[in-house]
Design a protein around this ligand. Structure first.
Ligand code: SF4
Ligand code: SF4
Length: 368
């Protein structure tokens, strides 16, 4: 018999084991793909029946990118440069219009699937190409490797990469709600391994489990956290052993460290988080868009960036509300007419809820 990672019988057995522990838990994960797995398979409602509440935290790189960084890309596009962005990034609403609006007005904004596409365009043109590099530890190594491999002179990176662990620290430090355990993202953990999460378990006495993306991965991860809670433990465990190693991907970590250094960075919903941003090291500054085009971007220093009126993405990102609790959800805000980034990005909570037709809350929070 082959073991299927979506096997319903096994899922039922795991859920029963969680139920038998008779706990009342609120867990958070920080990954758009985890949220998709939970919602698509109805796992969150199933877990709610066992008194396990699931919340998505700052798990979508596009959603956590603050308005200023989109404005930086817009400013450079208006300046006449070619700006290469991911499809989701193009549509994120920003005051005065999205990058898609600028494209419609004639600016050279191109959609790419990754940094390699952007590099290819740079080789074909002579004017500056700026790649808006968004993503966590998962995608940052690709950007780093392009910078290490002597890209053309007209290739620039607007670096919006961020580290996940400092954001988790900031979120837990806010103490806005009691979280009993964290499910950590599989791809990010493939790169960073288990170690960066360990201080969090010590500091906040919180159990953490790295999970894969299949339904059974997530259920097993929940069971592993529930068992830790039952025993009063708080450690980092790895459910995703078929991919994640304790030390992570040492080669990728090395190139990340060679190209980027930690810097303070603003996250939508979380504000400034110390050491959470990836700054391009001096050695590569001739490709650092923020450095090279410092003068062009200076005008943004005096601008105050506001969230779209009525949009509650900041609270969605901190896991404080479910998308359906935003008055605009499914009404003024839909994937075709998004008001906030959480409805644009395919990893955004609002987009995922809308995609699977959950326009009203199917389950109420079991915790205050
Ligand atoms: S990059 Fe992958 S692991 Fe990280 S948050 Fe996005 S989907 Fe999850
Ligand atoms: S429904 Fe729209 S406006 Fe409301 S939080 Fe989600 S993305 Fe923001």
């Amino acid at each position: 018999m082959t073991f299927k990672l979506a096997d319903q019988q096994i899922a039922k057995l795991i859920v029963n084991k969680i139920r038998e522990l008779n706990l009342n838990l609120r867990l958070m994960h920080v990954c758009g793909t985890h949220q998709d797995t939970l919602v698509k398979n109805g796992l969150d409602t199933l877990l709610a029946e066992c008194n396990v509440e699931m919340r998505q935290g700052p798990g979508c790189p596009v959603c956590v990118t603050p308005p200023r960084e989109f404005e930086e890309a817009k400013t450079l596009a208006r300046r006449g440069f070619t700006v290469a962005v991911y499809g989701d990034v193009l549509r994120v609403p920003v005051e005065g219009g999205s990058l898609a609006d600028l494209k419609a007005e004639g600016c050279d904004v191109r959609v790419v699937y990754g940094v390699e596409d952007a590099l290819k365009i740079a080789k074909e043109i002579s004017k500056p190409l700026v790649f808006m590099a968004i993503g966590f530890e998962t995608t940052a190594p690709s950007t780093a490797s392009v910078l290490l491999n002597d890209p053309p002179r007209n290739f620039y990176v607007l670096c919006c990469h961020r580290y996940v662990p400092p954001a988790l620290d900031a979120l837990l430090g806010l103490g806005e709600m009691k979280i009993d355990g964290l499910i950590e993202p599989g791809h990010v953990s493939t790169i960073i391994g288990l170690k960066p999460y360990e201080p969090l378990s010590q500091k906040y006495h919180i159990p953490q489990v790295i999970s894969g993306f299949e339904p059974l991965d997530m259920l097993v991860a929940v069971l592993m956290i529930a068992r830790q809670v039952k025993k009063g433990e708080a450690k980092v465990e790895n459910e995703y052993t078929r991919v994640v190693r304790y030390e992570g991907n040492t080669k990728a970590l090395k190139i990340l460290g060679d190209v980027f250094e930690p810097s303070d960075s603003v996250w939508r919903g979380l504000g400034l988080i110390r050491g959470s941003g990836m700054k391009i090291r001096r050695r590569f500054e001739e490709h650092d868009a923020r450095k090279v085009f410092e003068d062009e971007l200076k005008i943004l220093d005096s601008v105050e960036f506001k969230e779209p009126p009525g949009c509650r993405c900041s609270e969605v990102i901190r896991g404080l509300i479910y998308p359906q609790e935003c008055a605009l959800f499914g009404k003024a805000c839909t994937p075709t007419r998004p008001v906030g980034p959480c409805m644009v990005s395919i990893e955004g909570s609002c987009n995922i809820e809308y995609k699977y037709g959950r326009l009203t809350l199917k389950f109420a929070s079991n915790r205050s």
